[in-house]
Design a binder for this molecule. Sequence first.
Ligand code: AHR
Length: 648
Amino acid sequence: MKSRLTSLLTPLVFFATPVAALAAPEPPRTSTLMIDAATPVGRVSPMHYGLMTEEINYSYDGGLYAELVRNRAFRDNAEKPVHWSAVGAATLVLDAAAPLNSAILGSLRLEIPAAGGGVANAGYWGMPLTPSTSYRATVHAKAPAGFTGPLTVSLQSGDGATVYARARTPLLGDVWQAHEVVLKTERDITPTTDARLVISADQPGTVWLGFVSLFPPTWKDRPNGLRRDLMQMLVDTKPAFLRFPGGNYLEGLTIDQRFKWWETIGPVHERPGHEGTWGYRSSDGMGLMEFLIWCEDMGAEPVLGLYAGYSLRGEHIEPGPELEPFIQEALDEIEYVIGPITSKWGARRAADGHPEPFPLRYVEIGNEDFFDKSDTYDGRYTQFHNAIKARYPHLKIISSIGSDHPDKLVKSRRPDVLDVHNYSNAAEFIRISPTHFDSYDRSGPEIFVGEWAAHETPFKPWDKESRDEPATPNFMAALGDAAYMAAMERASDLVIMQCYAPLLANVNDNQWRPNLIGYDALRAYGSPSYHAFKLFSTHVGDEILKPVISAGSPLQASVTRDSRSGALYLKIVNPEASAQTLRVELQGVRRVARAGRAHTLAATPDATNSLAEPVNVVPVVTKLSKLAPTFTHQIAPHSITLLELKAR
Ligand code: AHR
C-alpha cells in the first residue's frame, strides 16, 4: 500500500537542505528588535490558527475516536475475522449468509463446543484499562432457537488470568438484538493495555455476533465520542477551525473509495465503513456528525472539504453532466451541515440529534487537485463554485490549488481562498521564512496554508524510510515550524488560516511523519512542534506589528497586539546555537507595565518527546520585571520564546 501511495503522493514542496547546513558561522551575540507599536501593519485573521485532520496514522480508529474494539463489524478483512481470537475451543467463521443489516453484510459465527468458549478482541495494540472506570459494551447478537443462554462479557488480562470486570447480557433471541452492559473496573487496578474484551457462552451452541463495541468514558460523555486525553490536548490549542475530512482521505484511492459522507451518518451499526486511503479500512464511526460535534466541542468552525471528482489513482470525472451527481452530493452535504430543519438533509441532521445548523463559512473543492493529470480542475472547480454560490452565497470557496502551483491556478473563476501546502525541511523553513510571504499577491485571493510541517530527517514525510523514524519530530523541526509560523503570523492579514498536518499518530503504525501528537492506547504526548504550535496559537492579538530585527541577527520574530487589552505578544525564534542578548525597543507607547511573562521552549535540536518521556521539551514560564519601553532579554540558544507584555 505504502509503495503505491508513495508514487501518488509526490512532494508538494521539498527542499533537501541537510540539517548540518544549519551550522552557520558564529552569529552576533547581540540583537535588537524594534517595534513601532503606533503603526499596526495589518489585522490578524481571527481564523488564523486551526487544526487539520483525516484518517491517517490511525488518527480516529485506534486514536481520537474512543472505540476500543478493533474490527467491530467484522468487515476489516473479507477472508478472516482479523483482530479476533478464539477463546476455549470455539471456532470463528465469517458468515455472509447472516448479515447484520443492509449496511453490515455479514457477521461472525461462533461454534462453541463447550461452556466457556467464545471470542476475544485486544483492541488497537492493546486495550487500555484504568481504575474505577465504567466501560460501555454493546453486543449485537443472535442464536438459533434452542440456545437459551445469555453471553458473558468481560474485561480480562491478555492471558485471561485476571478478570477485571464482568457482566451478562439478557438471553439471546433468534433475531438480531443489541445488548448493552456496563463493565466497571476496581479502584485498585494498575492502568494497563494488556487487556482484552471477551464474549463467551456458558453453554455449547452457535452464536452470531454482528457488531461489538466498547467505549470508555468520552469527552463530555458523548455517546460514540472522543478520547478525553487527546481532546484535551486539541482544545488546549484553542483552534479557530478544523479542516476535515482530508487530505487524501477525502479523495480515496478510487472514486468509489471517496468519503461518502451520507454513509457515515446515523446509527454506527448501520454504517458500512470504507477502505481508507492509508492502507487500512475505516469504521466510519467518526462520521460527518462526529466531525461537526468535534468542532463544536472545541469551539472551532468546520472547514469542510468537498469531494470534487478526482481520486488518488488518477480517476476523475469530466466537467459537465457527469459531474452533476457529485455536485449534488456536495450540496446535500452542505445542507446536512447548515440547512433548515425543513429541508431534506437539515431534517436528517435534526433526526441525528442536532437540530441547530452548524456555523459553516468555508468549503474547499477537492484536495491537492494539482495532482490531476487530466487538468480538469478549472472546469470542475467552476461547476462547483457556480452551484454553491447560487445556493449559498455566503459561503467562501477554497480552491485546492494554491499559489505554490501558479501554472495550475483556477482561471475561470476567482476563488475566495487558495489552499497552499508546504512540507519542508526545517532548515529550509528557517531559510525562507524571513521574507516568504512578502511576494504574495495582496490583491488576489486570501491564503489558507491548509497543510504544513517541518521535517528534520533527510526523508520526505511520504518516504518509506520516514516510517522507521519516530512518528513525531524532534526540536529541530519545531524550530523550523516556529520560523514558518512567525512568517505566517506576520502575514496573517493575508494568510487567513493555517494548520499543521498531520495532527495525530498512533506510534504503533504511522504511514506518514512528522505528526503533531503521538499516542498509544493509553498514553499521549505532544511533540516539541505541538508545544511550539500551542504557544503561538494561544497567544495572539488582533493587530500585526512589524518586528524589525537588527541586520545579521539569526533571530526571527512575529509581534501581535490585543487592541482591547494592550497585551503584546513577541514571538522570537533562535535557530542557532549561540545565546543572544536581545534589546527590545518599543516605540509609540506611553507606558509599559513593569511585569510580564516569558515562555521559553529551548532544547538541543535532537531533543524530543515520546511516550516514555512525554514532557522532555515543554515551555518554561518565568516572570519578567522592570520592563520599560526599552529592555533586554536573554534569548537561549536553539529556542522559541514568547514574551507577554502590556503596553499602552
Ligand atoms: O497530510 C498528509 C497528506 O499530505 C494529505 O493527506 C495530503 O493532502 C498531502 O499530500
